[in-house]
Design a protein around this ligand. Structure first.
Ligand SMILES: *[C@@H]1O[C@H](CO)[C@@H](O)[C@H](O)[C@H]1NC(C)=O
Ligand SMILES: *[C@@H]1O[C@H](CO)[C@@H](O)[C@H](O)[C@H]1NC(C)=O
Length: 424
C-alpha cells in the first residue's frame, strides 16, 4: 500500500499528460480529414492536370499545401503563402476553406509523381507543423507520338536492289511503342525500333526496314504503323515506292522493210519498253552522226505503272547508204545512254539497167587498176607518164592557150586506185 500511495501522484501526472494532447485535438481537429478522391490520374503532355482535395472539420489556423512526393525528396507544388503569377499552379476555388483543388497547366513528363494535399498548423514556435494529409494522387503523364514519317533513299534504285526505309516519330511518353511495317498491306519484318529519350523527357523512335525493289513496284507503297497507349487508333505513315524506283527501258530498233529496194524509204522504229519514271529522251544516229527522228507519242503508261515509248526515223535507201547503221540512243532519267541499232540493207534484186551500170563500172575500174599497178611498178609507169605528157603537150600545142602544166598522171592513177579499192 505504501508503494501504491507513493506512486499514485506520478501515475496521475502521467495520465494527465497523456490526456492533455488529445484534449487539444478534441477541441480543434479531432474530426478533421483531408480527402484526395483521385487515387490515380493520367494526363497528356500540354494539358491541364486537376488535383482534387477537400477538407472537412477544423484543424485550426495553418495553410493547406500541395507536395509532390513524401519524405526527403518531396517538393512543394503549391504554397498559399507564395504568390507567383508565372506559376503553372492555380487554385480551382480561390479563398475556399474546404476545397483545396488545384490546376497544373501545361503538364510535362517531369510532372509525373504522387501528389499530397497537406494540412499544416501553427506550432508553438509559430512555424507551420504537419498536421495531416490526404492519401495521395498518383499522376501519370503521357504524350502522343507525332504522325510517323517514312523516308527512303536519296537516289532511285533499280529492281532487285535492297534499299532502306526509315520510320520516325517522336514526343511520346511513356516509351512503350510498337511499330509494324507493311508493303501493299502485306506485313514485312523490320529490325527492332530504336527508342531514345529527348531533352524534353519524351521519347523518339526510329525503325528501319530493308525493301528489295521490284519491277512492278511503281504502284506499290510501304506503310509504317505506330501503336501507343495514348492512341485510340494506330498512326500511319507511308511512302510511294515510285519515288525511289528506276526501271531502265529495254531498247529495240527495227527496220521496215528490210532489205529495202533502192531509193525507197526505210522506217526505223525504236521501241522502249517497261520503264519508270517516264523521263526519257531519244536521239537517232546514222553511222554515228545525228539525224532527226520523231517520237510517235509521249510515254504511255501500259502496265503496272510502267511506260512505253516509240520513236521513228525515215531514211532514204540510196545505194551508198547500204550497210549504214541506224542507232537509237536512249537517255533515261539522267542515266548513261542505252543503244540499239539496225542496219540499212538494200536488196540486190534490182532491174537490168542498174546491173549493166554496175558492170561498166567494174570494167573501167579494172582498167584503171591495172594502169595504177603498172605505174607503181615504175619502169613502164615512167614510159607511160612520158608518153602521156607528150600527148598532152601535143594537144596543148594545138590549143591557143597552153594547158595547165600540172595535170600529173600519177595523181590520176592513184585516184583511180583509191576509187577501185573502195569499190572492191
Ligand atoms: C536513185 O536515186 C538517185 C538520185 O536521185 C539516182 O541517181 C538513181 O538513178 C536512182 N536509182 C534507181 C535505181 O532508181
Ligand atoms: C548491200 O550490201 C549487202 C551486204 O554487203 C549485199 O549483199 C547487197 O548486195 C548490197 N546491195 C546493193 C544494192 O549493193
Amino acid at each position: 500500500m505504501v508503494l501504491v500511495a507513493q506512486e499514485l501522484p506520478l501515475v496521475c501526472l502521467m495520465l494527465l499528460l497523456l490526456r492533455r494532447e488529445p484534449g487539444v485535438d478534441a477541441q480543434a481537429g479531432q474530426d478533421f480529414t483531408v480527402q484526395q478522391p483521385q487515387a490515380k490520374v493520367t494526363v497528356t503532355v500540354g494539358e491541364t492536370l486537376t488535383l482534387d482535395c477537400i477538407t472537412s472539420g477544423d484543424a485550426g489556423p495553418g495553410p493547406v499545401m500541395w507536395l509532390k512526393g513524401w519524405g526527403s525528396g518531396s517538393k512543394t507544388v503549391y504554397d498559399p503563402n507564395i504568390e507567383d503569377p508565372s506559376s503553372r499552379v492555380t487554385r480551382a476555388v480561390n479563398g475556399s476553406d474546404t476545397n483545396f483543388t488545384i490546376h497544373i497547366r501545361n503538364v510535362q513528363p517531369e510532372d509525373m509523381g504522387t501528389y499530397y494535399c497537406v494540412k499544416f498548423v501553427k506550432g508553438m514556435t509559430g512555424a507551420d507543423e504537419f498536421f495531416g494529409r490526404g492519401s495521395g494522387t498518383e499522376v501519370t503523364v503521357q504524350a502522343k507520338p507525332s504522325p510517323p514519317l517514312v523516308s527512303g533513299p536519296e537516289q532511285r534504285a533499280r529492281p532487285d536492289k535492297s534499299v532502306p526505309f526509315t520510320c520516325t516519330t517522336g514526343g511520346f511518353f511513356p516509351d512503350k511503342i510498337d511499330v509494324k511495317w507493311s508493303k501493299n498491306g502485306n506485313p514485312m519484318t523490320a529490325q527492332p525500333p530504336q527508342v531514345t529519350q529527348s531533352r524534353m523527357k519524351t521519347y523518339n523512335m526510329s525503325s528501319t526496314v530493308q525493301v528489295t525493289l521490284q519491277k512492278d513496284d511503281a504502284r506499290s507503297q510501304i506503310t509504317c504503323e505506330v501503336t501507343h497507349p495514348t492512341l485510340p487508333a494506330p498512326l500511319q505513315g507511308s511512302f510511294q515506292l515510285s519515288r525511289v524506283l528506276r526501271v531502265p527501258p529495254s531498247v529495240e530498233v527495227r527496220a521496215e522493210p528490210s532489205p529495202a529496194e533502192v531509193n525507197k524509204t526505210v522506217a526505223f522504229t525504236c521501241l522502249l519498253k517497261e520503264f519508270y519514271p517516264a523521263k526519257v529522251s531519244i536521239s537517232w544516229l546514222e553511222n554515228g552522226i545525228r539525224i532527226k527522228g520523231q517520237n510517235l507519242s509521249g510515254p504511255l503508261e501500259v502496265s503496272r505503272g510502267l511506260f512505253e515509248l516509240r520513236s521513228r526515223v525515215e531514211v532514204q535507201a540510196t545505194e551508198e547508204k547500204n550497210g549504214s547503221t541506224i542507232t537509237c540512243r536512249v537517255v533515261h532519267d539522267g542515266q548513261a545512254p542505252a543503244n540499239d541499232s539496225a542496219v540499212l540493207w538494200i536488196s540486190n534484186t534490182a532491174q537490168g539497167g542498174f546491173q549493166m551500170d554496175k558492170g561498166a563500172n567494174v570494167l573501167s575500174s579494172l582498167l584503171l587498176l591495172s594502169m595504177g599497178v603498172l605505174l607503181e611498178k615504175g619502169l613502164l609507169g615512167g614510159l607511160l607518164f612520158f608518153l602521156f605528157k607528150r600527148m598532152n603537150r601535143k594537144a596543148s600545142e594545138m590549143l591557143p592557150y597552153p594547158a595547165a602544166p600540172q595535170s600529173p598522171a600519177p595523181a590520176v592513177g592513184s585516184q583511180g586506185l583509191a576509187t577501185v579499192s573502195s569499190d572492191l
